[in-house]
Every structure is written in C-alpha cells, then in structure tokens.
Design a protein around this ligand. Structure first.
Ligand code: FAD
Ligand code: SIN
Length: 526
C-alpha cells in the first residue's frame, strides 16, 4: 500500500487529530500511528487542560505563571497567543463531546503546581482518555480522513529521494514500515505534519508511553530542520514507586487538592524547606527537592499523602488512581503513596513558528515534538494538551491558506533493500536501548555536571557508530527504527546540555549553578 494524499499526518494524538479535523473539510488527509491510534501520551493525560475560566483570573496571570515556570526562556508572543486561544479550544472539545467535570452550571476547575488560580478543566483523573476518544470518534466519522494504525515512519522523503535528485530541502512525504506486511512503503503528500510526541523513553524511568522515542525530532533533524532546547527534559515529581507497576503517574492535581509530600521515615513535610509555594511550586523545583531528599538520606521514595481529605472527596476526584492503587494494596484515602520523580515531558524539539511551519518547505510540526516557544525552560502543568490543540489547528490553517505555494510532489524512488539482510543479532538492539536509557538517567538527569555529561557524550558517540553500522547492514524493524531515533535524540539532548553554561529551569548543573542575565534558546543546526 502506497498512500498518495493531500496531507500526511504522523501521529494520532491531540496534535495530529486536531490538525486532521481542521483540514478535512477541504483536503484529503491520512493520519498514521506506529501502533494503535490511542497509544500516545494524549490518552494517558490525567490532570487536564489549563485555561482562564475562573472569575478573578486573567490572561495576564496565566501568561505570567507560564513565564515564571519557564524561567523566562519562553517566547512572550507565543505564550500570549496560546493562552488567549485556550477558552475557545476548550469550547471546541466540549462541542466534540468531551464530558469535562462540572460544578453546578460551571466547569469544575482544579489546581496544579505553578498556577496562581484554579484553572484546570478535567474529566476526573483521566482527561486525556476522554479527549483521545472524542477526537478519534470525530476523525473516524469524517469521509476525508483516513486513519492508518501500525505504520512506523522511518524517514521523511525529500528531494534527495526523488527520481530526479534535488537539493531543494522540501519534504514530500515519508517512508513508513507496515507492521503487518513487514515492508517499507512510500507515502506522499503536498504537506506533512509531524505530531509524533516526545522522547521520554530515552530515560530509564518515564511516565511517557512506550513509543515516545523522539522519532519526529530525529526525522526532522535528518531532513535538515533545527532542533532547540533539548536539554529541557521535564521530570514529574510524583510517579508511583512500585516494583511491579512502573511508569504510573500520580497527577499533580493530588497536590493541587491538598496532597502533602512527606519524608517516609520522619513524616516531615519537606517542601516548605525548599520553596514558599510548598507542594505547588513549579515541577522542576519539586522534582529537585524530592531528588535531594532521596539522595541525601538514601531513600527509595518519598510519600505523597492525601489521606487528610474526606475519603468521598478523594474517590470522586481521583477514581482511577484510587482503584489502581487499591489493586496494589494502597488505600489512598487512608495511607500515603510512595512516589519518585520520573521523566515526563520533552520541552525541546523541532523549531516551529506560530503557524507550525518548520525549516523544511512542506513540513509542519505540532505538539510535544516541537519547541514552539511556549514552555521555555520548564512547562507549566497542563499547558501541553493546550499547545497540541492550538498548533494542530494553526498548522492546518496555514496549509490550507497556502495550498498553491506548497511544493509539488515529484516521482519518488521506492525504498531500496537490495543491500541489506535480516538481522541475526536482535540482542544488539535491546542491549543498546537499555544502555542508553540507563546512562541518560544517571548522567543527564535531574542534577547534572559537566563531567557526567561528557561521560554520556563519550558513550553516545560509541553507540551511534555501532547503531549506524547495524542500520547499514540489516532490514529495518520497528525496534531498530526506534533505536536509531533514540540514539539521535539522546545525542541532541547531551549536546544541548553541554552547551548551556548556566542553571535555568529544568537544566540544573552543579558546575554552573547561576542563571545568566539573558535567556537564550539552545539551537542546534544540522
Ligand atoms: P502523542 O499524544 O504522544 O501522540 C504521538 C503519536 O505519534 C502517536 O499516535 C504515535 O503512535 C505517533 N508516532 C510516534 N512516532 C511515530 C512514527 N515513527 N511513525 C508513526 N507514528 C508515530 N499534558 C497536559 O496538558 N495535561 C495533563 O494532564 C497531562 N498529563 C500527562 C500525563 C502523562 C502520564 C503523560 C505521559 C503526559 C501528560 N501530559 C499532560 C502531556 C501531554 O499528554 C502530551 O504532551 C500530549 O498528549 C502530546 O500529544 P501529541 O499529540 O503531541 O503526541
Ligand atoms: C499531571 O496530571 O500531573 C500531569 C499534568 C501535566 O503533565 O501537564
């Protein structure tokens, strides 16, 4: 199956499906996902979406909170644009049938770290699932949208892959591996949108889905696009500590509704020792405080305790967390939850403008794959689904409005497998994957030093040589595609971290503990 359509979208989360729905009235669209449609981060989101809806709140306050969390590295023009678009984006989701929680006639607003007001609309503690369902249902109904699961994008198609070689830099689609047919197909379109999510699986512990291997970032980089602020990896303070269940998030809304962080041995509430905002300080501060407590006292975890609240309140607000943990023998209405920080969100990514355009003609990007200027050095809680909705729509609108100036699709050469064979050494993939995730966690984690970063750089250079050689000899498989991308993004993260000589937001290094006067993006140019 080769697909030739108007617009190709890689990714079926909030960003990809929003773009598809906004294009479908005028264009034919194909949306591919590397597994099932709902397997991205969107379906996992718990807390909700931030928007100014409370009486007494203002756009200025939300903008200010976003800039404070982002340690001034945000682009004020982008922050303003996205935050002012938030109420309309929520309205649109309601029209699609997302059943946000209400309080009388108004939406119920919860609170999360870094927000000076109640601002988060939610569907109990499973907001992302409800959004994913609503977007998927609307897309499935639309005759101009073709949803294609189980297609793993390998690389973008550019003029270099055309029958008549060209160096224009324009993107004409992509090569993708069809899981069932076990072969690489050519997909072409006049515009391509990357909505592939983040790169959290570069780390040993992460709340991100299994497929968050930075594929879109790596593909755009290989196609010649700039990538920015990759050192700004967000660690969520409260991931469940459990030896059987890894990667289960305990939403920040638990702290927003009164959850307290405590030392597991002394019961001491430690957050006020670190920040006057206590448990509701921005994420980077809370994650670093927990990391410090754990490392100083040799702990496995700290406690998050919401048992002071009425049991009925806890069960009503956090029904999924309550049930999940009860199944593991923890009754959160009566006892504390053991938690640790884990990688959670990729603030950096492919550089895009307000219209979702990347550096390559015909290539757009939206959502977690991008560095749009919204998050700066640390994303404010619940601002990222919002970014997906706003930029998904913006990319669609720009494509539609500029249709005639998009590059024509030339004849493209088929994927060439004539010089490779099937691998007889799959173990190389699992071994290398594990190695990367471990040293990224240990050397490029919450607290960094130049020496640790240099160690990581040394290792990634070695692994890159091995993986490049392996890739050159064997037929691609989904695991190999992901490993190749993981090596690429790990390298981008380490290089970005080494080049920032200050501590700002999520990048905290003992060698440069101070923040420089002028905020400056880290921009890597291919
Ligand atoms: P995703 O939803 O991650 O979708 C990525 C898509 O790309 C998937 O369909 C995937 O299959 C596809 N894809 C990737 N690579 C390829 C490839 N090579 N070929 C084909 N397809 C590919 N944010 C908030 O604002 N509020 C919250 O409450 C919140 N809670 C969160 C809770 C958790 C546990 C996590 C992990 C994140 C949370 N976030 C939250 C962040 C937010 O969910 C994500 O940033 C957002 O959903 C990203 O959406 P996206 O559309 O960019 O990508
Ligand atoms: C959470 O619910 O704590 C996650 C919110 C977010 O990542 O924005």
């Amino acid at each position: 199956m080769s697909i030739d359509t108007d617009v190709l979208i890689v990714g079926s989360g909030a960003a990809g499906l929003t773009a598809a729905l906004n294009l479908a009235e005028t264009r034919n669209v194909a949306v591919i996902a590397k597994g099932a449609l709902g397997e991205g981060a969107t379906g996992r989101a718990q807390g909700g979406i931030a928007a100014v809806l409370e009486e007494g709140d203002s756009f200025e306050a939300h903008i200010n909170d976003t800039m404070i969390a982002g340690a001034g590295l945000n682009d004020p023009k982008v922050v303003e644009h996205v935050i002012e678009a938030a109420p309309r984006a929520i309205e649109h989701l309601i029209e699609l049938g997302v059943p946000f929680a209400t309080d009388g006639n108004a939406l119920h607003l919860t609170r999360e770290g870094g927000h000076s007001h109640r601002r988060i609309v939610h569907v109990a503690d499973a907001t992302g699932y409800a959004i994913q369902q609503a977007l998927e249902a609307a897309a499935a109904k639309h005759p101009n949208i073709r949803l294609v699961p189980d297609m793993v994008a390998v690389d973008l198609v550019t003029g270099r892959n055309a029958s008549h070689f060209s160096t224009s830099g324009a993107v004409h689609g992509l090569y993708a591996y069809h899981r069932r047919k076990k072969r690489v197909e050519t997909l072409t379109g006049r515009a391509t949108i990357l909505a592939t999510g983040g790169a959290g699986r570069a780390y040993l512990y992460s709340t991100a889905p299994r497929g968050a291997t930075g594929d879109g970032i790596a593909m755009a980089w290989r196609a010649g696009c700039r990538v920015s602020n990759m050192e700004m990896m967000q660690f969520h303070p409260t991931c469940l500590y459990n030896l059987q269940v890894k990667n289960f998030l305990i939403t920040e809304a638990v702290r927003g509704e009164g959850g307290i962080l405590k030392h597991p041995e002394t019961g001491h509430r430690f957050m006020p020792d670190y920040d006057e905002r206590g448990e509701l300080a921005p994420r980077d501060i809370v994650a670093r405080a927990i990391d410090h407590e754990i490392k100083r006292d040799g702990l496995d975890y700290v406690f998050l305790d919401i048992s002071e609240r009425e049991p009925d309140f806890v069960r009503a607000h956090f029904p999924n967390i309550y049930e999940k943990l009860l199944g593991l023998g923890i009754d959160i209405t009566a006892e504390p939850i053991p938690v640790v920080p884990a990688q959670h969100y990729t603030c950096g990514g492919v550089v895009v403008g307000l219209d979702g355009r990347t550096d390559a003609p015909g290539l757009y990007a939206a959502g977690e794959v991008t560095q749009s200027g919204l998050h700066g050095a640390n994303r404010l809680a619940s601002n990222s689904l919002l970014e997906c909705l706003v930029f998904g729509e913006a990319a669609a609108k720009h494509i539609d409005a500029n249709w005639d100036s998009l590059p024509d699709v030339p004849p493209i050469r088929a994927w060439d497998e004539s010089r490779v064979t099937d691998s007889d050494e799959e173990v190389v993939i699992t071994q290398t994957w594990g190695e990367i995730r471990r040293f990224m966690w240990n050397y490029v984690g919450i607290v960094r030093t130049t020496k640790r970063l240099e160690r990581a750089k040394h290792r990634i250079d070695m692994l890159r040589r091995e993986v490049t050689e392996y890739y050159g000899h064997f037929r691609v498989t989904p695991d190999l595609i992901e490993l190749r991308n993981l090596v690429e993004v790990a390298d981008l993260i380490i290089r970005s971290a080494l080049s920032r000589h200050e501590s700002r937001g999520l990048h905290y290094t003992l060698d440069y503990p101070k923040m420089l006067a002028q905020p400056k993006d880290t921009v890597l140019v291919p």
